[in-house]
Write a protein that binds this ligand. Structure first.
Ligand code: FES
Ligand SMILES: [Fe+2]
Length: 420
């Protein structure tokens, strides 16, 4: 029998403490999107466990990131997101001021601090960007970002994530370990158990899994042609391709969903010969994007309906399509191993000239405060039960399916490299 993944990794405070000491301070992690801080003085607070980092658009247009703690007596300098409109970060307690590069610029009654160094600055973080994401790393000696991300930038280059913009931004608290929440989106094995209603239009069996040095992905990889067919588990001889296509398209999401749904209806009404509907739709979708002014030259029509489901170690996962992406970021919620924050980011290419403002960031302190779509609800209801069940004296550890849950096993192996 395969080795058990010890349950303590998901439920013990000691393990979370170890992650806080050895994992999070040493990895590149997504702090925010670049479009969240377009103008000098704009900031976003990035919270990971009990650590808070301020990401700031500097006066020179670059991005700075600093520990969010005043050098005087530690007061948190800012929370959430906003703007240091006058170009200085002022502590609300005794009024010490910092410029947007984190340097101390004024200390009231400075002469009464005889030993104060002249060049004090907020603890800097390494910062870099890729794909429109702002990454931070607390380790001054870390490897370059692109090295850390390899091969994700290569895999995703056609999707031009840097040209995407946030369409929706939601954060919810789930009563589960951050890794348990991640696992739920890093395998297709649970589809037949948790989401049986989508099997008539989801072939869950032909999903392939692929692991890299740190990261992983799954989906219909290169040569696996997507077909409109129900899950082979159902053993259905008769099925309606149009219905399967409608289900597939509903899952694509993004800005053009209305047009895409209309295209599906048109194709369904057209009475196409069997086996040709998917190809016809792929051509339609490509034309739809091209007509809107988007460059689709990196894609074949076939890739119009295939997501890249990527997992970027340690905590980003989600499907990416030509034109839109759904990304989830999981983080420990403070120092509670039984709670996590899940950010849900919907990204999309914008037609040229369409500069909409940032969407409102919505926060759900209790995931039950909102009615989610049926599939997400099934996932969240399971996560509640997973975390409770893992505490049972009768449960020792996770028994992973060696193919369909291989991304999860890989995540634990990579995690061990940091914790060792
Ligand atoms: S704690 Fe910030 S000025 Fe005193
Ligand atoms: Fe799910």
């Amino acid at each position: 029998m395969a080795d058990l993944i010890p349950k303590e990794r998901y439920i013990s405070r000691e393990f979370l403490d170890l992650e806080m000491e050895r994992l999070w301070p040493r990895v590149w992690q997504v702090a925010c999107r670049e479009e969240e801080i377009p103008t000098a003085g704009d900031y976003v607070e990035y919270v990971i466990g009990d650590q808070s980092i301020l990401v700031v658009r500097r006066a020179d247009g670059g991005i700075g990131a600093y520990y969010n703690a005043c050098l005087h007596r530690g007061t948190q300098l800012a929370a959430g997101a906003g703007s240091f409109a006058d170009g200085r970060i002022k502590c609300s307690y005794h009024g010490w001021c910092y410029d947007l590069s984190g340097c101390v610029t004024s200390v009231p009654d400075r002469e009464e601090f005889p030993g104060l160094p002249a060049d004090m600055r907020l603890g800097p973080q390494r910062v870099d960007t890729w794909g429109g994401f702002v990454f931070v790393n607390m380790d001054p000696d870390c490897e370059p970002l692109l090295e850390f991300l390899d091969p994700i930038p290569k895999l995703l280059s056609d999707y031009r994530l840097d040209e995407m913009r946030l369409r929706a931004y939601q954060t919810l608290v789930l009563p589960a370990n951050w890794k348990a929440a991640l696992d739920a989106f890093n395998e297709g094995y649970h589809v037949q158990g948790a989401h049986p209603q989508i099997l008539p239009w989801t072939d869950d069996v032909s999903i392939a899994y692929e692991q890299y040095d740190r990261h992983a992905r799954y989906g219909r990889l290169e040569n696996a042609r997507r077909q409109l067919r129900p899950s082979p588990r159902l053993d259905l001889d008769e099925f309606d391709e149009g219905e399967i296509l409608a289900g597939l398209v509903a899952g694509l999401g993004g800005a053009f969903l209305k047009d895409e749904k209309a295209a599906v209806e048109e194709l369904r009404a057209a009475g196409l010969p069997p086996g040709t509907m998917l190809g016809a739709y792929q051509e339609r979708r490509m034309k739809l994007l091209t007509d809107r002014g988007f460059d689709t030259s990196g894609f074949t029509p076939e890739r119009m309906t295939s997501a890249e489901d990527v997992y970027w170690f340690p905590n980003m996962v989600g499907p990416i399509y030509p034109g839109s992406a759904l990304l989830f970021r999981m983080r420990p919620n403070g120092l509670d191993p039984d709670s996590c924050l899940k950010d849900v980011w919907v990204l999309e290419w914008r037609p040229p000239g369409d500069e909409r403002p940032m969407p409102e960031r919505r926060f759900y302190e209790d995931w039950r405060a909102k009615t989610w779509d049926p599939v997400s609800t099934q996932d969240y209801e399971n996560l509640v039960k997973v975390q409770i069940g893992m505490h049972s004296r009768g449960f020792e550890g996770l028994r992973l399916n060696q193919r369909q849950e291989s991304n999860i096993a890989h995540m634990h192996r990579v995690l061990d490299r940091y914790l060792a």
